[in-house]
Each structure stands twice: as C-alpha cells, then as structure tokens.
Design a protein around this ligand. Structure first.
Ligand SMILES: C[S@@+](CC[C@H](N)C(=O)[O-])C[C@H]1O[C@@H](n2cnc3c(N)ncnc32)[C@H](O)[C@@H]1O
Length: 336
C-alpha cells in the first residue's frame, strides 16, 4: 500500500496538503517511524509528481466508525443518488438520534438506523420525528430502534440540558443562537425570557454572564425539567435564573421592565407588543417569516415601536430554514 514518508516536524502541514490534493487515504492509519511519519495515500504517481518520497508499506485500517463522518457518507455506498436526495437533516440530542424519513425511503429504515449507530456509537435510541403540535410545540416521535424512552441529557455550550422529547419542546439547532445571545448580553443586565421551555437560552446566558433572568413557561413538564436543569448546572452558572410557571400574556404585563427581552416565540403566536413594552434597551424577537416579507415584518416592528412612543433600530437575521422560502428569523431590536 502506498504511503508518503515525511519529516515529523512537517507532518501536519503535509497532511493538510495531501488532503487538499485529495490523495490522503483516510481509511488507513498513519504510522510513526523514528523521526518520520508515513501517511497513507491513494495516488502514488500524483504524490511523486508533488515531490514526495513514496514507500510501499502495510498501514492498518481504521476502525469502521471513524471512516464515516456522517450518515450520508455511510449511506453513499448503499443508496442510489435518488434515495440519498430524500435523506433529511437529523439531530443528535443526548444519546437520541431524531430523523425524518420520507415515504420514498421508508423501506430503507434499517440501513438508516444502522448508519446512525455506526456514525454515533453512543446512541441508545433512534426516533422518527413528526411535526410540532399544540401550544407547547411538542413534536410527535416514534421510536424505531433502541430503548423505549425519549428522555435524555443533552450537552451544549458547556451546560447539561435534560429533556423529555415526548413532553417538551427542544431544538438543538439553536445552539449557535444561544451562544450569540450569551456573548451579546452584558454582566449586570436584567433579562426577561419569554417562552422559556426547559431553559436552554437562560442556562447558556447565565453560564457566561452575571445576570438576572426572569423566565416564564406555561408547560408544567417544561418547568419541572427547567428546575432539574438548574440543579444540574448550578456550579457552572454566573447568573441567576428565576422561574415563573404561567401564561406569558397574563404574567408578563404584571412584571417590571427589563434591560433586555428575549422571545423564542412559538409558531403562530404574536408576542411582539408585550416584548417591546417590557424592554428598555434590547429585544430579540424570533418569528417565522417568508423571505419576501422581511420588509413587512420590519415595518410592523417600527409601527409597534412608534405606537409605544419608542424609537428603534432593527436588524433581522435568518436563523434557520423552516420550509421553502420561509425562515426562522431573529429581529434584534435596539430601543431608544
Ligand atoms: C418554541 S418553544 C421555545 C422553548 C425554549 N425557549 C427553547 O428554545 O427550547 C415555545 C415554548 O413556549 C411555551 N409556551 C407556549 N405558549 C405559552 C404561553 N402563553 N406562555 C408561556 N409559555 C408558553 C411552550 O410550552 C414552549 O415551551
């Protein structure tokens, strides 16, 4: 088997080059021999043309799970291109994989499960996901492999989040948003977090900043898990989190105002007016908007601000895809 022999102190640089030239053989392990490293390659001629010393050596195969970076790379060898095109994004939440399997590839469910288990050997459950339903935005799931449970502890941004996917909303894809907000917030702020769920936003922000966060959540199961999550993370938090179980539209108006209001608004709910009323300086308002209606969405915010006698600057950012041409967006609103 061909390999290139390179000096140890140049190894990292050359490995990158071999990968860039697409001749690095990721299926085999490199080997160290005294002050040299032998890197497995797939194209000895090209390596020679690049000026490398090529040797013939048996390098051990990597264990299979390291070969597959993701589900797609595992299924590439088994699925047709058409079947691959039906593959949807999946999520790993703690030790649970959740995936949508369209009818066109339902007959391939076994291979999909096998692939997920190969790529993520720590998995204990694989579940098919349905749509979010009801005011609590809970998804429907059916377990297709593993233990019969939908509770798990998910790790994100240095905190632990206990969830029960059959009873509460949780979206691991908002990890980047939570980190962004935590970096935007300043020590000492008073924050109102509406629609708090099991507290992922509050925990990430309180992990990084010494702030006071008041949270409101209506789903009793989410509040219970939120309390557990506070305990799970108590040694890591710089800030304080206060939980209120209740309807944000009843509780919110009775609260004082805050430096910052964050609204991870459930689909179909309009909490913009309340968020603007309760904020003194900043609002981060999440909503679902068609790409052609972003201007209209901004105008609505300007209008609401005017009606409240507040001036504002607005930046609308696309946060994730929701369906074709419709995005989950976040309006970062600076109030004066
Ligand atoms: C889109 S989820 C966001 C949850 C959480 N912030 C997260 O990102 O994981 C919306 C949450 O609002 C809660 N909810 C819905 N209507 C509510 C209301 N009127 N008052 C308080 N919470 C509500 C739901 O139970 C759900 O947990």
């Amino acid at each position: 088997m061909p390999a290139v022999k390179v000096k140890k102190n140049e190894a990292e640089k050359i490995k990158k080059l071999l990968k860039k030239e697409e001749i690095y053989d990721g299926k085999r392990r490199p080997q160290r021999v005294k002050n040299y490293i032998l890197f497995p390659i797939t194209d000895p001629k090209k390596a020679q043309n690049l000026g490398f010393e090529v040797v013939d050596v048996e390098l051990p195969m990597r264990p299979e799970r390291q070969i597959y970076k993701n589900l797609e790379s595992f299924l590439k060898e088994k699925f047709t291109n058409e079947e691959l095109s039906y593959l949807r994004r999946y999520d790993i939440i703690g030790d649970i994989a959740v995936i949508q399997i369209p009818p066109e590839i339902e007959h391939r469910e076994k291979e999909i499960v096998e692939g997920l288990r190969r790529v993520y050997p720590f998995l204990k459950v694989v579940a098919k996901k349905g749509f979010h339903t009801g005011a609590f935005r809970i998804r429907r799931y059916s377990i297709i492999w593993g233990e019969k449970r939908l509770t798990t502890i998910h790790k994100e941004n240095g905190i632990k989040i206990k969830v029960d996917l059959s009873r509460v909303f949780f979206n691991p894809r908002m990890k980047g948003e939570r980190y962004r907000l935590a970096q935007t917030v300043k020590d000492g702020e008073k924050i109102f977090l509406m629609f708090a769920g099991v507290l992922p936003y509050a925990l990430v922000i309180a992990r990084y900043k010494n702030v006071d966060i008041t949270t409101v959540e209506l789903n009793e199961e989410a509040v219970k898990l939120g309390l557990e999550n506070l305990k799970l993370n108590k040694d890591k938090l710089k800030g304080r989190i206060h939980l209120i179980k209740g309807d944000v539209f009843e509780v919110g108006p009775k609260l004082e105002t805050f430096d910052r209001v964050i609204s991870p608004t459930p689909k179909g709910v309009n909490a913009l007016r309340l968020a603007l009323e309760k904020a003194e300086e900043w609002v981060h308002y999440y909503d679902f908007v068609h790409e052609n209606e972003i201007r209209k969405f901004k105008e609505k915010i300007y209008r609401e601000c005017r009606e409240l006698g507040k001036k504002c600057e607005i930046k609308v950012r696309k946060v994730s895809d929701y369906k074709p041409h419709v995005f989950k967006v976040c309006a970062d609103i600076k109030l004066y």
